[in-house]
Write a protein that binds this ligand. Structure first.
Ligand SMILES: Nc1nc2c(ncn2[C@@H]2O[C@H](COP(=O)(O)OP(=O)(O)OP(=O)(O)O)[C@@H](O)[C@H]2O)c(=O)[nH]1
Ligand SMILES: [Mg+2]
Length: 307
């Protein structure tokens, strides 16, 4: 199983964990003591790979809700499976698209449900008007600041399409809630190369430490396994071309798009950037890169261990 995993992820063993992430983790450890609950944003396309074990540890002792964000980019049927998976583990979980107002409403209702005991106690003590304090956490670029802006109804927190936009904590208040925006955090050592690749595919790791051609080839290879028709449709590929080894497939796509350098060679770097950008902008279609583990997967895993 391991030799099929993307090669470029090996490079993530280089020193890439920036000091500000250590600072953010410390800040979260402080803040969690004072808030009522945490809202952990996961990326709906990779719910498990975006589940940061450090965030899990820090948020463990307070009520918590998971939101599978960017559900508009993920395969809706797979997202449904993920919701069932989380609910089966007794975890509160909703699917949202932070840019859309409806998401904020779904989260408000779910948080109030998670905190119903606390809210009732406050009501009984005559403190019903106190605001609920919620800390937002998640990996870089998952949509924390965007969610806060939608929830608050105005652009109060800076949000942009790259990881590492939020640099410090920021409180944003609404009528009933105080929301704490936090910088995104990753963790020092990923359990598998698949996790590292998934985080790179969706743009949670800064692209400038990655080899964009490796990134694009691995992405193509991964997506064509589960969504061959989407890749074929987007780049007008016949079955034979779609089955080419990843580098040749990328060259074929570059040639079709006319991304050539002098002499007629394909400009593979430009092609790679185009592929990654188009995937992230959902031009290939709605794609989930991860499915909930099944019993069979666990059996396979046990077999691998025995080898
Ligand atoms: N399609 C889609 N894009 C989203 C959604 N939520 C956020 N985005 C986009 O994702 C990008 C990152 O959003 P941010 O809100 O800055 O992410 P963040 O988690 O605050 O990132 P850091 O501050 O860097 O940790 C922006 O381009 C948003 O417009 C969503 O639900 N769907
Ligand atoms: Mg942010």
């Amino acid at each position: 199983m391991n030799n099929q995993e993307p090669r470029f992820a090996n490079q993530l063993n280089i020193q890439w964990f920036p000091g500000h992430m250590t600072k953010t983790l410390r800040m979260m450890e402080q803040e969690i003591q004072h808030v009522d609950a945490s809202l952990v944003l996961l990326d709906a396309r990779i719910p498990l790979s975006s589940l940061n074990p450090e965030i899990e540890r820090i948020t463990a002792r307070k009520p918590k809700l998971y939101a599978l964000n960017k559900a508009d980019l993920a395969d809706p049927a797979v997202t449904e499976e993920w919701i069932k998976y989380f609910h089966a583990a007794d975890a509160g979980c909703v699917a949202i698209s932070a840019k859309q107002k409806g998401g904020a409403k779904a989260v408000q209702t779910a948080i109030e449900k998670e905190l119903s005991g606390l809210l009732a106690r406050r009501q009984n003590r005559g403190m019903g008007g106190a605001k609920t304090q919620v800390m937002l956490c998640g990996i870089p670029n998952v949509g924390k600041s965007t969610f806060i802006n939608t929830f608050a109804g105005s652009a109060r927190a800076k949000a942009a399409d790259r990881p590492g936009v939020t640099k410090g904590k920021q409180w944003v208040s609404t009528e009933k809630f105080d929301l704490l925006d936090m910088p995104g955090v990753l963790w020092k050592k990923f359990d598998s190369k698949t996790i590292a690749s998934n985080l790179a595919f969706i743009g949670s790791i800064k692209d400038d430490i990655l080899d964009v051609e490796e990134l694009a080839m691995n992405l193509l290879d991964e997506v064509r396994r589960n969504y061959p028709e989407l890749v074929a449709q987007r780049y007008k590929l016949d079955a034979e071309t779609l089955a080419l080894p990843p580098y040749e497939l990328m060259e074929a796509i570059g040639r079709k798009r006319g991304l050539l350098v002098r002499g007629g060679e394909v400009n593979t770097e430009r092609c790679a950037i185009m592929l990654v950008d188009e995937f992230r902008a959902c031009k290939w279609g709605r794609i989930s890169l991860e499915r909930p583990p099944q019993r069979d997967d666990l059996a396979d895993f046990a077999e691998d261990d025995d080898e």
